[in-house]
Design a protein. Structure first.
Length: 271
């Protein structure tokens, strides 16, 4: 397991494709170039017809949770891609730094049909709960995360892990792929259950499925996986637990706030 001062690079591409398999195939050359692996993919076609998002994860040589280390990791990756990419502004609010390359000509040079590129660096380690994303038969197999069943060994429904991500953007698709990138640190797959808009923020709510443990324990594990400072204390009520993180001041783009919740599920079969 990584230490909390180690960094993970997430590269999310929005690409025009016929289906998920085609989108992942379009990103294969980039994945091989940067030395990473696909950890998530999602359909953006309800916002932008024919668009898919693909997220690639890669370890970083840099370490540290401070602004300089996080920003440097993003800039060094952009330099790897070329001088035209390195000109893009990097924003940083620990535990993450990010930039958006919103130039289809540049992104298409990396990924055929590519439209936008989000580059993020996160401090800390990933914690995978439950389900796994669909495998690409042309990619080397990744270690399989343990499957978390809906019910525990006593037949009781497990708590469910949920995530709310606030993203500063003017488009819903521009919020979904950063939100899925955050979710990929906690689960190999996530279901978007709701969007809401409070300009300049788009709020994305995701269901990450069942998780093992008591709600407060699950939330503490998720906070540890996401890493960084500035998290609220874990608050509890009768049914669940919650922790929040927010950037101050609000960034001009990218992730502005995160809320992690684990809540016990009412078992209708036992009532």
């Amino acid at each position: 397991m990584k230490n909390n001062n180690e960094l993970e690079l997430l590269i999310t591409v929005v690409v025009g494709a016929d289906d998920e398999s085609s989108a992942r195939a379009a990103c294969r050359e980039l994945m091989q170039k940067v030395g990473g692996r696909v950890v998530a993919s999602g359909d953006c076609s309800d916002e932008e017809p024919g668009c898919w998002s693909v997220t690639i994860s890669r370890d970083c040589a840099e370490t540290g949770q401070h602004v300089a280390g996080l920003s440097r990791a993003v800039r060094n990756f952009l330099r790897e891609l070329g001088p035209d990419y390195a000109r893009h502004r990097v924003a940083c609010e620990p535990p993450t730094a990010w930039t958006v390359v919103d130039h289809p000509e540049l992104v298409d040079a990396l990924v055929s049909g590519g439209e936008r590129l989000l580059v993020e660096v996160w401090a800390g380690d990933s914690l995978m709960f439950g389900r796994t994303a669909a495998a690409d038969p042309d990619e080397p197999p990744a270690p399989t995360a343990p499957v978390v069943s809906e019910r525990d060994e006593h037949g009781r429904l497990r708590p469910r892990l949920a995530l709310v991500v606030d993203v500063v953007t003017d488009r819903r698709a521009g919020a979904e792929w950063p939100a899925r990138a955050v979710a990929s640190r906690l689960s190999r797959a996530a279901d978007v259950v709701e969007y809401s808009v409070e300009s300049p923020v788009v709020r994305v709510a995701l269901d990450l499925g069942p998780a093992v443990g008591e709600p407060s324990e699950i939330v503490r594990g998720a906070v540890s996986a996401l890493g960084g400072n500035g998290w609220s204390r874990v608050s509890t009520d009768g049914a669940g637990a919650t922790a929040r993180w927010s950037a101050a001041p609000m960034p001009p783009s990218g992730v502005a706030a995160i809320e992690v919740t684990a809540k016990s599920t009412v078992d209708a079969d036992r009532n």
